[in-house]
Design a protein around this ligand. Structure first.
Ligand code: PDD
Length: 287
């Protein structure tokens, strides 16, 4: 089956899709991105991702490539053309193409935009969630604006590779105060030794996860004590449960932290319930 990508105004065959060598995203990581989960062929948490995309662009003073309605059409078309029922849509917007110079080009070029969509193996994802995954912890070494979803992901890529080499699925960054910030591509959560569900507050240097926000909204009707409060790796290791959230992970139980088994070493009841609730809400298109 042929794959399609959207590149600066048109859909082209994935294998032929290309951007300019002087795209500032390529040379300076001067760009932002978003990732939507796709379930039942529909974008999950659509609005939250649009809002964050606009905020990221505004923070970097990159022009919006098109309005929200048009953007939504492009994303839906990418899903349709690639026949994605369950998977991910990736959108990247950079400041555009200009002769290499660190300062912003003047006049401002048109922003460059790329969209791809891919199918994921749902059975494999469910099997992984049923078993749970391991995480490692690493010193935080990213820049101070992780609230902006930039394509400058080298520390995240290095951390993810380190996790992979240790048989783990994610790396949690630990800041100089000894507190977990977030994962390389997800937000970090625990149910602590006292049974309190905790995740880092968004005044910290973390991405304001769209999945994180939806999961918090879903807690409303659950009888779960919840606090936006940072935790240490030690607290995570003594926690009853741990899990991660993100467009890729959805809600994914964590069963080891730095090799230490969490709880009974199987996905805990809170993580399992929140995953089911999140997927149910996504399928009903209520988030
Ligand atoms: N990552 N923190 C970081 C550093 C992330 O990169 C992501 C998402 C999240 C979770 O955010 P959300 O719930 O909005 O997806 C948290 C995407 C999936 C990625 O880089 O592929």
């Amino acid at each position: 089956m042929s794959r399609w990508a959207y590149v600066n105004g048109r859909f082209v065959r994935h294998g032929d899709a290309a951007v300019h060598i002087e795209d500032r995203g390529y040379q300076l990581a001067d760009g932002v991105y978003e990732v939507w989960a796709v379930m039942g062929g529909k974008l999950v948490d659509s609005l939250g991702h649009f809002e964050r995309l606009e905020r990221s662009l505004d923070e970097l003073r990159i022009a919006r490539p098109m309005g929200r309605k048009a953007l939504e059409l492009v994303l839906r078309e990418a899903v349709r053309r690639n026949r994605v029922r369950y998977g991910l849509v990736y959108l990247q917007v950079t400041r555009g193409v200009a002769r290499r110079d660190h300062a912003f080009p003047d006049p401002q070029p048109l922003p460059a935009m790329v969209v791809t969509a891919k199918t994921l193996d749902r059975k494999a994802a469910e099997a992984r969630a049923a078993k749970g995954v391991g995480v490692i912890t690493l010193p935080e070494n990213r820049w101070g604006r992780c609230d902006i979803k930039t394509v400058g992901l080298l520390p995240n890529a290095m951390a993810k590779q380190a996790a992979k080499e240790q048989g783990c699925a994610e790396a949690w960054f630990v800041d100089p105060d000894g507190l977990v910030t977030e994962g390389a591509s997800s937000n970090a959560w625990i149910v602590d030794a006292d049974g309190v569900l905790r995740t880092r507050d968004t005044t910290a240097n973390i991405l304001r996860g769209v999945t994180r926000k939806s999961v918090i909204a879903l807690l409303g009707e659950q009888n779960i004590r919840f606090e936006e409060r940072a935790f240490t790796p030690q607290e995570a290791k003594q926690a009853r449960e741990a899990f991660i959230t993100g467009a890729g992970a959805l809600v994914l139980p964590v069963v080891t932290v730095d090799g230490k088994v969490i709880g009974d070493g199987v996905p805990g009841p809170v993580a399992t319930r929140l995953r089911a609730l999140y997927i149910e809400a996504a399928q009903a298109s209520v988030i």
